[in-house]
Write a protein that binds this ligand. Structure first.
Ligand code: GLN
Length: 391
């Protein structure tokens, strides 16, 4: 759809990095409009995972960014994480991938997929590089209406400076799923390392997390169908060579030609979820479930969520630690393109952090495997400190 499109302005993240003296060397491959988990939905063809001899998925949607960092083309890359698109490729390519709390990094100039979930994320081979770039990008931006306001940013201070020692680390019982033996072993190894460093491990529960994946696949296509309505053959990108007189002869052929099959699938799904007949039972219900998931996470963490004004009882957990993906990356010939559900289920352990707006980082642990550290909203520094301890 955007084949010949050149943006007339620069995103805030690019401007901030340039002003700080970073060298921007290129754009990376990704799934079309950030919808995908294996890079196979890129209109340029898939990126290959540099860690493997045989053609293997680098993860998606920011697979090109993860592969570029893993192949040492660059020290740091940016991506977006709406449901795991920075963390999953980071895990598959054995690099770090950080999704900050929602609203900390400006989305100005970033193509929207699902605006209530979209965050700019950072990939690197070292946590200190992630932290350095995060400090440059973690700024209020009045051009992004969802940027966290300066007053609330100040209230995030208390936990940012706390030394990450003697923490209470939670493992979610909902994350104890069927997973490949190497991932299970990596998880056990990380928990052991953390205990050796004086932290304690506690099993905790977010019962509604089992509905996170269906909730995500209700909310994100709905928002996408609204965001991508602007690609209509009139203002942006591709325009079908047809008679321009009507909706049917310009709008529909432009979108049929311009969007790939996965994007079309999601736009249809999202439009359906927002339609009069499905709105109450699908979209609205998903928003209610999303709220419950967020409240259950709030009840778990020791620090309070600054976005919640009313008083509530906090828990005693500092961070959560669990795998990013349940398996190492699939080889490209094993990916079943006809079965979207197979792609969607890859996101089971990443989407809850987006639904709740939480900071989360995937830490490399062996070939093609990553472990995530999640924290309360605004506890980004704490999450980065724990990540540095399990490297
Ligand atoms: N894999 C998820 C999806 O397909 C996540 C995408 C993303 O974070 N951009 O929607």
């Amino acid at each position: 759809m955007l084949r010949n499109y050149k943006s007339p302005y620069e995103s805030s993240v690019v401007t901030l990095l340039k002003d700080e003296g970073f060298n921007l060397i290129g754009k990376a491959n990704m799934d079309e409009f950030a919808m995908g988990t294996n890079n196979t939905f890129s209109c340029f063809g898939p990126t290959l995972n540099p860690l493997y001899e045989e053609p293997t998925s680098p993860g998606g949607s920011s697979g090109g960014s993860a592969a570029a960092v893993a192949a040492e083309f660059c020290d740091v890359a940016l991506g977006t994480d709406t449901g795991g698109s920075v963390r999953l490729p980071a895990a598959y390519c054995s690099v770090y991938g950080f999704k900050p709390s929602y609203g900390l990094i400006s989305r100005y100039g970033v193509v929207s997929y699902a605006q209530s979930l979209d965050t700019v994320g950072i990939l690197a081979r070292e946590v200190k590089h992630i932290a350095r770039v995060f400090h440059v990008l973690n700024q209020y931006d009045q051009r992004d209406p969802t940027s966290l306001c300066p007053e609330l940013r100040q209230t995030l201070g208390s936990r940012q400076k706390k030394e990450a020692k003697g923490l209470r680390i939670g493992i979610l019982s909902q994350a104890i799923l069927e997973m490949s033996p190497e991932i299970k072993k990596a998880w056990a190894g990380v928990l052991e390392d953390l205990q050796d460093q004086g932290h304690t491990i506690h099993t905790v529960s977010v019962p509604t997390m089992k509905y996170a994946l269906p909730t995500y696949f209700m909310v994100s296509p709905a928002e996408a169908s609204s965001n991508l309505a602007r690609y209509d053959g009139i203002r942006y990108g591709t325009r079908a060579e047809t008679d321009r007189d009507s909706h049917d002869t310009l709008y529909a052929p432009t979108r049929t030609e311009g969007f790939g099959p996965e994007v079309q699938r999601r736009l249809l799904l999202g439009t359906f979820n927002l339609s009069a007949g499905a709105f109450e039972g699908h979209f609205k219900k998903a928003l209610m479930v999303r709220r419950i998931i967020r409240d259950e996470f709030n009840a778990l963490f020791a620090s309070k969520n600054v976005l919640v004004e009313e008083d509530y009882e906090t828990g005693d957990i500092d961070v959560l630690v669990h795998p990013t993906a349940l398996t190492p990356p699939p080889s490209l010939d094993k990916i079943n393109h006809g079965d979207p559900i197979e792609h969607y289920t890859n996101d089971v352990l990443t989407v809850p952090a987006n639904l709740a707006g939480l900071p989360a980082i995937s830490v490399p642990r062996g070939k093609g495997a990553g472990m995530q550290v999640w924290g309360q909203y605004g506890d980004d520094e704490l999450v980065l400190s724990v990540a540095a301890q399990i490297s």
